[in-house]
Write a protein that binds this ligand. Structure first.
Ligand code: GRF
Length: 204
């Protein structure tokens, strides 16, 4: 099984997954890290960990979303991350992916979101949770479907929100849980322990 990780920035979730693989905790080959931004910090981390990196700059890209995603798919294919033998992890990848991409990799693309879905989808979820006055928030690893943060949930983790929390402190607490559950979800996938049944996932 070959893993492709898509990033746009810091890459801390990518790092947590790659480190778990290095420690032989997850039976998957870290095939490639792809960024849509040339200057993503995570690219250096991936290189240090010996994982091939590729960039398809999205800034100034002239074609459609589907055309951009075709380029991503061709790189994934080059590294054998396929619809039969691949897993794609979105890890802070700040782009919506096309229905064509989702369809081609049906139930093989997963994402991490820093809130308890379906609450606070989209951007700035930690701020959304604070502004709403939620007493708990957390993070969700889910399959990617054609909607925005709407696919079947694989794992969620809860953190408490207290009066003193700021966007920064809450983000930090949530990120700690992200780094725990994302590698765990990849591991479940790699060991074929996740079944999707309608909106639900069944973990064995
Ligand atoms: C994380 O909070 C993740 O949940 C969200 O984007 C952030 C990415 O951080 N999708 P990093 O690049 O993994 O450090």
């Amino acid at each position: 099984l070959n893993l492709g990780i898509l990033i746009s920035g810091r890459g801390s979730n990518m790092e947590s997954i790659l480190k778990a693989i290095k420690k032989k905790k997850i039976p998957i080959n870290p095939a490639v890290v792809i960024s849509n931004k040339q200057d993503a910090k995570g690219l250096k981390i991936a290189q240090k960990l010996g994982v091939p990196v590729e960039v398809i700059e999205s800034n100034g890209f002239k074609g459609t979303r589907a055309e951009y995603d075709k380029k991503i798919i061709s790189i994934l294919t080059k590294y054998r991350v396929t619809q039969k033998n691949g897993l794609v992890c979105l890890a802070g990848f700040m782009r919506i992916i096309s229905p064509e991409f989702v369809k081609k990799y049906k139930n093989r693309i997963i994402n991490i979101h820093p809130a308890l879905l379906p609450a606070f989808p989209g951007l700035n979820s930690q701020k959304q949770a604070l502004d709403y006055g939620a007493k708990v928030s957390g993070c969700s690893v889910h399959f990617v479907d054609a909607g925005m943060d709407t696919g079947p949930v694989i794992i969620q983790a809860v953190v408490k929100v207290n009066e003193k929390d700021t966007e920064e402190s809450l983000s930090k607490k949530i990120l700690k849980e992200e780094h725990r559950i994302y590698p765990e979800a990849v591991n479940l996938f790699a060991r074929k322990k996740i079944k999707v049944s309608g909106r639900r996932t069944i973990i064995s």
